[in-house]
Design a protein around this ligand. Structure first.
Ligand SMILES: Nc1ncnc2c1ncn2[C@@H]1O[C@H](COP(=O)(O)OP(=O)(O)OP(=O)(O)O)[C@@H](O)[C@H]1O
Ligand SMILES: [Mg+2]
Length: 712
């Protein structure tokens, strides 16, 4: 097996690690990381009206411009019947999680230049059967074989190397993430050598974590601009309950605009609040100085926040966390002095007050655990162990957690002579998780007619399949049909038996070369589930997005080497657009004369990430940046017109800062009309409103590497 990817699929952010041939753990970087949530992959997906989507960092960035299309915090909905309704389409949580996993998979492929098929994914210890099943399904929709789901605290303890501790050691893993707190007490070095750890107790709260702290900061910011009460404290509530449909009914449209505006405000504040919180982990005092737009007005947010004030704000959350630590100890029947080690996991554990709380309550936490990557590192180590990886560092060797099958599993078939037997698929005494595929043929009916459906019979038995025809030794545990088999395709059915770590047996049947597909899941208790078709269809959808994303990730539209050269004649046409835009204003807009006399302009573009390049006009005074969709970078007639009209928009805002950003003003319509550019204007309007182009993008820092377009 190739390398195994370990993925920590988090509420706000996800990480991935892999153990490579150098025997070292590598965390997978995101190629486009520019935003908050410290983990490299924000767990965010942003859909557009045409069904296309952005995933991860670019989706987080777009959330402000495309609030109604954006889905965050999907982990909270795994295993529930929740459906996200966006632009009249419905998405199930597994599908959203799958897109995030898929983006991570592609980023890992960028890192190692190899394909990843197998993963270990971590889940909170409290996740129930439905939540675990949904996480597995997400993996499959992403085109990944989930070797095993392991509990987050156990992964963190593996990364810490706790299983090598020979004497009996009790470890408390305090994992405070974005949305949940998990406190687990594990025992390592216990007598059962087959087990790395024994979980003594867990406790937690799935509404406690970083985002609730952000909410408190958001509340205080809203108060400072007199907008408190605009929405309920959690953006999650907005996102979930205010799903809207586009409707020609104007009344509904007004509601829709209001909802979108509220979400947009929420998303802007999310980012500001989160940045403030993170900064306060290392600074005693910070200054927030941002402008946000809401209901077509700009609001200046200028305030100071000290660490002391922040600690006071989150006091109640900390008290609740404290009580969960006490609960875990009580559940394990232990007093705090019986805990040998405390391991901190999750972003908010970087907050000094959180660390101090643990120190006071239990003991000084270990300092050599990386709270951001511990969980995915543990998953990657576990993957390498399952894979029998010879590069596994010595300290992780020798953890025998593999279980072996207690029975044979097989498939009922009829041979050429008409004898019925059971074909062995997974034998007894092999380590699981495991899978095996074999080929079967569809029979014609006795009357020579084609059979469009074939039965799949799943059997289990205890003795080796020495006497395949002796059915008294076997028991039928499941039965399903593969339907829609077409004559003249291949007549071959591939049947796969897969036994996962939880002893759930999944049997799939696929028509080779055709479309027919069916599957059955059989739990250890004998209950059966049939969800395969839906998952398979979603996989096809996800594959389309995967192909597109791969193409984006693959090639820069502006090749990096071109990026380095200071002058690039290829982009000079953009300067000509700037000149044209100035001409339009000079001809039709009185107010600009004086302004043009005293200002100079330079045009820059910036490769912000792969889907977008950002154009940036620098004036002698304020800077205006505009997002230019990739397609705009080619010198074509429509692109020239479109960029010109976008630049008119920007220049107008430079001229009239009080007209507010992020909206299209009547003057622009007038100018576009007078200059005969109305079609370009409509196009801009459409792209802008779809959220695919971020106009007047003041939310970007100027730290980025801008490239000047210089035609002189
Ligand atoms: N240096 C920091 N100081 C304070 N908070 C931080 C810091 N770094 C990250 N965070 C916060 O940690 C949270 C994310 O933590 P983490 O990535 O562990 O959660 P998650 O895995 O997404 O969520 P969960 O474990 O609940 O599924 C965010 O709220 C983020 O703002
Ligand atoms: Mg986490």
């Amino acid at each position: 097996m190739s390398h195994i990817l370990g993925i920590d699929l988090g509420t706000t952010g996800s990480t991935a690690s892999v153990l490579l041939d150098d025997g070292k753990l590598h965390s997978v970087p995101s190629v486009e990381k520019t935003h908050s949530t410290e983990k490299p992959f924000p767990s965010v997906v942003s859909f557009f009206q045409d069904g296309s989507c952005l995933i991860g960092d670019s989706a987080l960035e777009q959330s402000i411009y495309n609030p109604i299309g954006t889905i965050k915090n999907v982990k909270k909905h795994m295993g529930t019947p929740k459906k996200f309704k966006i632009f009249e389409k419905e998405y199930i949580p597994q599908y959203i999680a799958a897109l995030i996993l898929m983006k991570i998979k592609l980023s890992a492929e960028e890192l190692t230049k190899e394909k990843f098929e197998h993963v270990v994914i971590t889940v909170p210890a409290y996740f129930d059967e439905a939540q675990r099943r949904a996480t597995r399904e997400a993996g499959r929709i992403a085109g990944l074989n989930v070797l095993q789901l392991i509990n987050e605290p156990e992964a963190a303890a593996i990364a810490y190397g706790a299983h090598k501790i020979s004497s009996k050691t009790r470890i408390m893993v305090f994992d405070m993430g974005a949305g949940t707190l998990d406190v687990s007490i594990l025992e390592a070095g216990s007598s059962d050598a087959a087990k790395a750890f024994q979980v003594l107790a867990i406790s937690g709260d799935n509404e406690l974590g970083g985002i609730y702290m952000d909410d408190l900061i958001k509340d205080s910011l809203l108060r400072s601009i007199g907008k408190h009460g605009v929405f309920s404290s959690s953006d999650e509530i907005d996102t979930d309950q205010e799903n809207i449909q586009h409707s020609p009914d104007t009344h509904k449209l007004d509601d829709a605009v209001a909802v979108a505006e509220r979400k947009r405000l929420g998303y802007q504040l999310d980012i500001i609040a989160e940045n403030a919180k993170i900064a306060l982990s290392t600074e005693e005092k910070i200054t927030i100085d941002e402008s946000i737009s809401f209901e077509r007005e700009e609001h200046k947010l200028t305030t100071e926040l000290t660490r002391k004030e922040f600690e006071k704000m989150i006091g109640e959350l900390l008290r609740r966390a404290e009580s969960k630590v006490t609960d875990a100890l009580a559940n394990a029947n232990l007093t705090s002095d019986k805990i040998d080690k405390v391991i901190l996991v999750g972003g908010p554990t970087k907050i000094p007050a959180v660390r101090n709380m643990l120190k006071k309550l239990v003991k000084e936490p270990e300092s050599d655990v990386d709270p951001t990557f511990a969980v995915s590192n543990g998953a990657a180590i576990w993957g390498a162990i399952l894979n029998n990886d010879r590069n596994l560092p010595v300290i992780y060797k020798g953890v025998a957690l593999l279980s072996v099958t207690a029975r044979d599993y097989g498939e009922k078939m009829r041979d050429d002579d008409g004898n019925i037997s059971v074909q062995l698929m997974i034998p007894k005494n092999v380590p699981y998780p495991t899978r095996f595929t074999d080929i079967f043929y569809n029979n014609f009916r006795n009357d020579g007619e084609w059979r469009p459906a074939a039965p799949i019979d799943v059997w289990t038995g205890n003795p080796n399949f020495q006497k395949p025809h002796d059915f008294s030794k076997y028991k039928k545990i499941g039965k399903f049909k593969i339907e829609g088999l077409k004559h003249g395709i291949s007549n071959v059915i591939e049947v796969t038996y897969e036994l996962d770590n939880d002893q759930i047996l999944t049997v799939t049947a696929r028509e080779k070369g055709g479309d027919a597909y069916a599957e059955l899941q059989i739990d250890p208790d004998g209950s059966t589930h049939q969800t395969g078709r839906m998952i398979e269809d979603l996989r096809k959808d996800a594959e389309k997005i995967e192909r597109k994303t791969r193409a984006w990730m693959g090639g820069y539209e502006v090749p990096p080497e071109e990026w380095k050269t200071p002058k690039n004649p290829k982009y000079c046409w953009m300067c000509e657009c700037l000149e044209d835009a100035k001409k339009i204003l000079n001809a039709h807009h009185e107010d600009c004369r004086e302004f043009f006399k005293i200002s100079t302009f330079r045009l820059f573009i910036q490769q912000l990430e792969k889907q977008y390049a950002f154009a940036h006009i620098q004036l002698t005074h304020p800077d205006y940046r505009i997002g230019v969709h990739n397609a705009l970078k080619e010198d074509t007639h429509p692109n020239r017109r479109l960029l010109t009209i976008v630049l008119v928009h920007e220049l107008l805002h430079a001229l009239h800062p009080d007209w507010g950003h992020n909206r299209i003003i009547p003057e622009e319509r007038r100018l576009a009309n007078l200059a005969g550019y109305f079609d370009a204007f409509i196009e801009m309007d459409r792209i802008f409103l779809s959220g695919k182009m971020s106009l007047c993008n003041n939310h970007f820092s100027s730290d980025f590497d801008f490239k000047e377009i210089n035609c002189d």
